[in-house]
Design a protein around this ligand. Structure first.
Ligand code: AMP
Length: 757
């Protein structure tokens, strides 16, 4: 048994050198450690139990295996084992920002909107665990870790169960932390609803600054079993009775009186928070539309609108405007022209020798040389001007074509409903000039780990943010046009069709906003958190939800048309082509549904979870899988055409252009395969995993990498043409529209690049 936790600092456990004690007690101590093979920092939990009995040992291994649970809000288990003294240890991702208890010490309050954001992440993790028949049993702020990107991760999964199993004979299974423990768990019968109860206690504590029952352990356990929690409204008058009612239902003494699931609890809480009172959320800011026809009508900001602004919101700060860049380019053009005048050309030297031959007077000679210089300088100016005019004309034509395509079909994740990730209207950027791209602005948009992208329609860029805001920015200058707020984060790409912006939220709702003003048109509920990006085709919006279902809503009214089940969560975006909707699910399958009726047409199985959104071209549907492979299925029958291997998991979505399909893999590489045969054409390496879905435009493939960089490669040869560094990993997908490239980074910034003027 470990006596002093500090004794372990400096020791080696498995392949890990323990560097610093991070915390612990109870069943083990946690250390910051270095993986000696890769120098990566990890957190190692050394358990204070000895697995001397075979039964205990088996139990430990079984429980450690359950920590393979993979969920965006469960701390990833990286390794586990036994040290030289048979002490078990677990290796986790290191969360440098500590726990939510560190962030919000005992006695402090957390604004409701933020508390709900934390809780919704925890609820989705718990729901996932409950569906895997696991009960956490120790839900409390100390077990909620904060990743460097701000994501909340539920930790200590399975440990309580392991220890519970090994100690159950002596303490009848009463484990957990008394202030958060439900009556049934206190009596040794924990169930999924016990975690719901604990999460409600945590919310109660965040809102009011204190847990409902305090005192000595036994006294607290008795209060949990017998007493109603003190009124929240009496302590925090801002809280609506609807919110209190929802919390108190989750705190029911009898688990049967609580919500049927933790997810249902959170979805109801989010709704109560959203609707009571209903807030007018669109806030018009200094409007600077690019096209006249998107100028928003003047909107009076009513006093009630301020409510929507109470939650702190990052201010968008375009760092450098197009006009500033233009000035820089003009001065460099002057210099270039002067240099051109000094370059001897055949015409120039012939003229000078003629001058010499006819021995003009010195004054004449000076004048003639000056004249000669002027002709050449003037010529270079004319040449540059003509090129500029030509470029502008091509750009205008391409931008008109882009606008009319978007007006006709809309734009969304993957650019179109078939998710080809190809903007075939791009004319400004090409493989020759892409190397000149420069950053023109940068805006603060909380994107964290998300892999969604912005969309551009009629000169306006729309991007959802995990801060719960949908931003409309001038696509050229980055200036804010309007902001619309919802009550939970937006972790999907918006779709803009027919003047409406559709976006899914972590509060489980699909929202429709007027694209010009940000006014809310309608809200359509789903039964779970929405990470999936909506896809719009033929007047129907399709979106997947964490409740394992695909939803179809009328694009104009938001009325639900149909709901189709899959066997597991759907994070990816549905794709639509030729009257069929395709959607991947975490049950390893790709589903095809009739787009009008929702009737399932076929399913095709891959060897792993599908996070990748499918893409369709020429009757073939392509999708990546966790089994490292890119699959091609017949779009009508689901029959597998080919599967091409990459070196690691595929999280991203394919792009298809000109008979080639492009896909990024966690093995750091971007691949190009023949779309018909699956034969590899090329693969290029970056210095990080590629979670970002590639985009193709005018012979160039763009992709982000976890090495913080955005890359541009020649689509035919794979030659690297350009790269730009951002402040953190790029998980999201770049987009290209009208000569500009946009990408979001984990540094919570959206970057815009274009050619110098
Ligand atoms: P636990 O025994 O899991 O409650 O962990 C004890 C303390 O160690 C926590 O309260 C955290 O401060 C710290 N800790 C646990 N896991 C991690 C991790 N993965 N990364 C960083 N700190 C951690």
């Amino acid at each position: 048994m470990m006596k002093d936790h500090l004794e372990y600092v400096g020791r080696v456990v498995g392949d890990y050198r323990l560097l610093r004690w991070l915390g612990g007690g109870g069943f083990g101590n946690v250390y910051l450690a270095e993986d000696m093979r890769s120098s990566v920092q990890v957190a190692v939990k050394v358990l204070q139990i000895h697995l001397t009995k075979q039964e205990d040992w088996r139990s430990f291994i079984n429980e450690a295996r359950t920590m393979r649970l993979r969920h965006p809000h469960i701390v990833p288990l990286l390794d586990f084992g036994l040290d030289r003294h048979d002490t078990p240890f677990l290796v986790m991702e290191y969360a440098p920002q500590g726990t939510l208890r560190d962030r919000h010490p005992i006695g402090t309050r957390v604004p409701l909107a933020i508390a709900i954001k934390y809780a919704s992440q925890m609820a989705s993790a718990l729901q996932y665990a409950h569906e895997a028949h696991l009960v956490h049993r120790d839900v409390k702020p100390e077990n909620m870790l904060v990743r460097s990107d701000g994501t909340i991760l539920l930790s200590d999964f399975g440990i309580a169960t392991t220890v519970h199993t090994t100690h159950s004979r002596t303490n009848k299974g009463m484990l957990g932390t008394v202030p958060y423990v439900s009556p049934e768990q206190a009596s040794g019968k924990p169930r999924a609803a016990s975690d719901q109860y604990s999460l409600a206690i945590v919310l109660y504590e965040w809102i009011s600054g204190r847990v409902p029952f305090e005192g000595a352990a036994l006294d607290v356990a008795i209060q949990h079993a017998t007493q109603l929690p003190p009124s929240l409204i009496a302590q925090v008058p801002d809280i609506s009775s609807e919110v209190e009612d929802v919390l108190f239902k989750a705190l029911a003494k009898d688990y049967k009186d609580r919500f049927p699931s933790t997810q249902a609890f959170l979805v109801t809480l989010q709704r109560a928070h959203t609707s009571a009172p209903f807030r007018s959320s669109a806030v018009i800011r200094a409007a600077k539309p690019t096209f006249k026809d998107v100028a928003p009508p003047p909107v009076k900001v009513q006093p009630s609108m301020n409510v929507a602004l109470t939650a702190p919101r990052p201010v968008l700060q375009p760092e450098k405007t197009q006009s500033e860049t233009a000035q820089v380019s003009c001065s460099s053009l002057d210099t270039r022209s002067q240099k051109l005048s000094a370059i001897p050309s055949p015409a120039n030297s012939a003229f000078l020798s003629a001058v010499r031959k006819y021995s003009f007077s010195k004054t004449w000679r000076v004048l003639l040389v000056l004249l000669c210089g002027l002709v050449i300088v003037g010529g270079s100016y004319t040449y540059v001007t003509v090129k500029n005019i030509q470029r502008k004309a091509v750009a205008k034509e391409a931008s008109n074509a882009y606008s009319s395509a978007v007006a006709q079909h809309g734009t969304m994740f993957g650019f179109d409903a078939a998710h080809t990730h190809t903007n075939s209207y791009e004319r400004i950027l090409d493989s020759d000039n892409v190397s000149q791209l420069q950053q023109v602005w940068r805006a603060n948009v909380s994107m964290q780990h998300s892999d969604y992208s912005p969309a551009v329609a009629r000169g306006v860029l729309y991007i959802g943010s995990l801060d719960g805001n949908l931003y409309a920015l001038d696509a050229i200058s980055g200036k804010e046009i309007w902001v619309a707020s919802v009550n939970a984060g937006l972790a999907s790409s918006p779709a803009i069709v027919n003047g409406t912006v559709y976006v899914g939220s972590l509060d489980g709702n699909l929202y429709a906003f007027d694209a010009s003003t940000g006014k809310k048109d309608w809200i359509a509920p789903s039964g779970g958190i929405i990470y999936s990006s909506p896809t719009v085709a033929n007047g129907i919006v399709y979106v997947g939800s964490w409740d394992n279902k695909l939803y179809a809503f009328d694009a104009i009214t938001g009325e639900q048309k149909w709901v189709a089940p899959t066997a597991a969560h759907t994070e990816a975006s549905p794709a639509v082509a030729d009257g069929v909707v395709y959607l991947g699910s975490l049950d390893n399958k790709l589903y095809a549904f009739d787009a009008i009726t929702g009737k399932q047409k076929w399913t095709a199985t891959t060897g792993g979870d599908i996070d990748s959104s499918p893409a369709i071209a020429n009757g073939i549907v392509y999708v990546g899988s966790w089994d490292n492979k890119l699959y091609a299925f017949d779009a009508m029958t689901g029959e597998q055409k080919w599967a091409a291997s990459t070196g690691s998991i595929i999280y991203s979505s394919p792009a298809i252009d000109n008979g080639v399909v492009y896909i990024g893999s966690s093995d750091y590489k971007l691949y190009a395969f023949d779309a018909r045969t699956g034969k590899q054409k090329w693969a290029v390496a970056t210095n990080g995993g590629i979670d970002s879905s590639p985009l193709v435009a005018n012979g160039v493939v763009y992709t982000g990498s976890l090495d913080h960089k955005l890359y541009a490669f020649d689509a035919i040869t794979g030659d690297q043409k350009w790269t730009a560094t951002t402040g953190d990993s790029i998980n999201s997908s770049p987009i290209v529209a009208n000569g500009m490239v946009y990408v979001g980074s984990r540094d919570d910034k959206l970057y815009a690049f274009s050619l110098p003027e």
